[in-house]
Design a protein around this ligand. Structure first.
Ligand code: CP
Length: 324
């Protein structure tokens, strides 16, 4: 693996997930793999889990991790080719990226979408320009359209939960996984939902349903293969996993059309499911997206999910280190 930007960079999802769970069982088994190597974590946007789990993962492999909050501490970067830089941007990515590449063996980048212009965001200009000019492998810490470390974590967490469930093991059945839209107070990117859909479809070992209100369709390049419905109750029936996430509109880009609290996942709605485990990438708006009752109840696996971020990052960094 050279870069880790989407599921398309992964040859075998189950093998990568197995490596992640191997690191969970034995975190320091490859503690020499990253010796004398450095990983740079560049943040153009805030983070709690991604930042810390990737640093812990790198340390487990013996690698030095350096975090740079580009948005707060760096020069304002220009990404457009041929730009006349007479405005607010100070340094072109063509100049900055090769320098960053000379300091680090792997670069990791978080860059959120602007949610103003769909074409710009979905072109993934920022992360593409880093890859083009830095000369070292790049790991996405969440880009304009995708969040691959989160999605690998989600698959690991689902696999681990299935293995722990004796009834599932005995039945050897495909789990029903439902991705449900939930209300939020502001427009959020589609990244987590796009990425989850892309990975679950590519994994192919689930009955996958996406449910959202009218006008909240995601891009079909990610959802193809899933059943899509606007009837949340119908979608939740018999679900084994419910992944809760808000996203803003894709078609009329970056808008909030709907904030009906009726879409919040509550204990009452959970009764429709097959005692589903509840997932969310976090941070979560309590009692807006998910009720306290659900988040603090026995069905929630959000803490396990977030803690698994370390093992997903460790498996990805290790695979890149082995291939360079
Ligand atoms: N889920 C996730 O990416 O969390 P952070 O934004 O805190 O990194």
């Amino acid at each position: 693996m050279r870069n880790f930007i989407s599921v398309h960079d992964v040859k075998d999802i189950n093998a990568l997930a197995a490596n992640a769970l191997m690191y969970k069982a034995d975190p320091f088994k490859d503690r020499k793999l990253g010796a004398d190597k450095r990983i740079g974590l560049l943040f153009l946007n805030p983070s709690l889990r991604t930042r810390l789990s990737t640093q812990v993962a790198a340390a487990n492999l013996g690698m030095e991790a350096i975090v740079f909050n580009v948005d707060k501490e760096g020069w304002a970067l220009e990404f457009e080719e041929g730009a006349i830089m007479s405005g607010n941007t100070v340094e072109h990515i063509k100049d900055a990226a090769p320098i960053l590449g000379s300091y680090f063996d792997i670069l990791c980048i978080r860059t959120f979408p602007g949610l103003k212009n769909r074409e710009d965001d979905y072109s993934e200009l920022y992360i593409s320009q880093f890859i083009k000019y830095c000369g070292v492998p790049v790991i996405s810490l969440e880009s304009a359209t995708l969040h691959p470390l989160q999605s690998l974590t989600d698959i690991i967490t689902i696999q681990e939960t299935l293995k722990e469930n004796a009834a599932f093991k005995a039945a050897n059945a495909k789990p029903k996984i439902v991705l449900t839209w939930a209300p939020h107070v502001k427009p959020l990117p589609q990244c987590v939902a796009n990425s989850f859909a892309q990975w679950i479809n590519a994994w192919g070992e689930a009955d996958f349903v996406i449910t959202h209100p009218e006008d909240y369709e995601l891009a079909t390049q990610f959802t193809q293969g899933a059943t899509v419905t606007q009837n949340q109750d119908e979608a939740l029936k018999g679900a084994d996993f419910v992944y809760v996430k808000n996203w803003s509109t894709y078609t009329d880009y970056g808008k909030v059309y709907e904030n009906d609290p009726g879409w919040m996942l509550t204990a009452e709605k959970l009764k429709l499911t097959n005692q589903a485990k509840v997932m969310h990438c976090l941070p979560v708006r309590r009692n807006v997206e998910l009720s306290d009752e659900v988040l603090d109840g026995p069905n929630s696996i959000v803490t396990k999910q977030a803690s698994n971020r370390v093992w997903a990052a460790q498996a990805v960094i290790a695979e890149i280190l082995k291939s360079v």
